[in-house]
Design a protein around this ligand. Structure first.
Ligand code: AMP
Ligand code: FE
Ligand code: FE
Ligand code: ZN
Length: 294
């Protein structure tokens, strides 16, 4: 099957390498009917992406991705169909970006102790604007430019990854607050890449139940790094719990060179039917399904 939708992507408004316009143009080029822009901790790329969607004939869903506090693995929450005017959400996102800024400065300090000198301006120059979010992938790219590492993966493996030489933990939202903040603004809330929770199936089901009690709507069953087996298990879980099914590649451009828009690691082909089911559910709940501009 030809992929029709990709509901998890990143642009230069966070740690992707394509601008929102370039990303939407690529979506059109690879034949996608619909894509969601889900940059980390920001809505900075959404207006541009929506405008590009009109220009290139792609349905663009405005979204974002939040990192939340969780152990033992990593929990990310996606908000889809974020309302254009979300003062509360935007104030929460601003705080997250401010704490990113402090964290990035501390990472740069640690790198300086290893004789690696990177100026913040160089990181800022990689993102779209001052409302974009800067993170470790930008630091990794600056390290590549200095010839310290051959690629982003090595920068994470040797310096930036959890517990490595220049690691500094990130301030994260409480899962309940993340879900409730997105829901309060009318978003459809989806648990991203559930494999990264690093839980057994039984524990995964338990955690999903808890998130549902806060308002979680869906599960990203289709994901670049999910095997067909795993995807099947998540689909069954979503059906059992009454969760919507979502899917996306987590495309980041050249910082994650193995992941392609739409097809992921070649195994992804998300049907528009998933989007249609989400839209039907939103309409049944009196929520808007299209935003012409932001
Ligand atoms: P940050 O938000 O600053 O903590 O950075 C996390 C981001 O780094 C994730 O969203 C990924 O895009 C990226 N990332 C994490 N681990 C790796 C890795 N091993 N290789 C490339 N990118 C990574
Ligand atoms: Fe990322
Ligand atoms: Fe993520
Ligand atoms: Zn992502």
């Amino acid at each position: 099957m030809q992929p029709e939708a990709d509901l998890h992507t990143h642009s230069t408004a966070s740690d992707g390498t394509l601008s929102p316009t370039e990303l939407v143009r690529l979506a059109a080029d690879v034949g996608l009917r619909c894509m969601a822009l889900t940059d980390h901790d920001t809505t900075a790329g959404l207006a541009e992406a929506l405008a590009a969607g009109k220009e290139f004939g792609v349905e663009v869903i405005p979204g974002c991705e939040l990192s939340v506090d969780f152990k033992p693995g990593v929990m990310h929450i996606l908000g889809l169909w974020i309302a254009p005017d979300s003062p509360h959400l935007n104030s929460v996102l601003l705080e997250l970006r401010q704490s990113r800024h402090e964290r990035n400065l501390r990472i740069l300090q640690k790198l300086a102790e290893f004789g690696i000198s990177i100026h913040y301006d160089e990181l800022q120059a990689m993102v779209r604007d001052e409302k974009s979010s800067v993170g470790r992938p930008h630091i990794a790219r600056a390290m590549m430019r200095l010839g310290i590492v051959p690629d982003v993966a090595t920068a994470f493996r040797d310096y930036l990854g959890a517990g490595k030489k220049a690691y500094v933990p990130k301030t994260k939202l409480d899962p309940k607050k993340a879900v409730e903040t997105l829901k309060a603004d009318g978003a459809t809330v989806v648990l991203a890449h559930p494999y990264s929770l690093s839980l057994s199936w039984e524990q995964t089901e338990q955690v999903l139940g808890e998130l549902q009690s806060y308002g979680l709507d869906g599960l990203e069953a289709h994901y670049s790094l999910h095997s067909p087996d795993r995807t099947g298990q998540y689909l069954a879980l979503a059906a059992r719990l009454g969760l919507l099914v979502s899917g996306g590649s987590d495309f980041h451009g050249s910082v994650k060179p193995d992941i392609s828009l739409g097809t992921g690691c070649s195994n992804l082909a998300i049907s528009y039917e998933l989007v249609a089911a989400m839209k039907k559910y939103r309409q049944a709940n009196g929520l808007p399904i299209s935003f012409s501009s932001m």
